[in-house]
Structure formats: structure tokens, C-alpha cells
Design a protein around this ligand. Structure first.
Ligand code: SF4
Length: 118
């Protein structure tokens, strides 16, 4: 049996998952969203990745995140790609910093701004 804490809402239900030959038995979720979360977590877990990238000519870094959750297995290659990125000012919130991050089909976007002034 696997125990999960649902992270879909602040209630944080404790969900129990038992594996059987014909599928999963999921209990403890208070709503269908928790059921979907547990099923995905056990079969194809995903996470939204947050990080920072370098800004050319600046000491400060630009906060970024994936626009949607990406497979957990892609987190490491995604971080390697992010480490190699240096953006040029100006940058606005929501601007795509890199398309198709780590071949996930998900873009990396800015969650902060960088002015064009120095
Ligand atoms: S199972 Fe439903 S109610 Fe419970 S934490 Fe998840 S989303 Fe919230």
C-alpha cells in the first residue's frame, strides 16, 4: 500500500492506494480530484517546475516556471536546460523563455520582469 497526501487543495487528504493485478484501489480522497491526482501520481507523476535563469549583464536572476506540470522523469533534463539559459532584458511576466522544455511540449515562462534599463 502507498499513502499519498493530496496536494490538489489545502485540505490535504491522506489517500491510500493499493495495487492489484486488475488495477488500483484508491481510498481516503474526499472528492474526484483527489482520485485523479492519486491515479496520475501512481502511473505518470507530474510536477510544475520552478527555477531561476541568468540575466545577461545583471547580478539578479529571473524567476521562471513551466507553464504546466511536466513528467517527474523530465525534471532533471529540464533543470540542465534551464541552467544553460541566459535571457536578454527586457523580459515581461508570462514571456516564453524556452519552448518545448526538455521535449515535454511545455514552455518555460517568466514569472518576473526584467526592465530594459540598467
Ligand atoms: S481529495 Fe479532494 S478534498 Fe481532499 S485534498 Fe484532494 S482535492 Fe482536496
Amino acid at each position: 500500500m502507498t499513502e499519498l497526501t493530496c496536494i490538489v487543495c489545502p485540505l490535504g487528504c491522506r489517500i491510500r492506494v493499493e495495487r492489484y493485478a486488475n488495477g488500483l484501489k484508491i481510498t481516503g480522497n474526499e472528492c474526484p480530484r483527489g482520485l485523479a491526482y492519486a491515479r496520475e501520481e501512481m502511473t505518470a507523476p507530474k510536477r510544475t517546475l520552478t527555477a531561476v535563469v541568468k540575466v545577461a549583464g545583471r547580478k539578479s536572476m529571473l524567476p521562471v516556471k513551466t507553464k504546466a506540470a511536466i513528467p517527474k522523469a523530465k525534471i532533471w533534463p529540464a533543470m540542465q536546460e534551464i541552467k544553460a539559459i541566459t535571457v536578454l532584458p527586457p523580459v515581461s511576466v508570462g514571456q516564453v523563455i524556452k519552448e518545448n522544455l526538455a521535449e515535454t511540449g511545455v514552455p518555460l515562462v517568466a514569472t518576473g520582469t526584467v526592465s530594459g534599463d540598467d
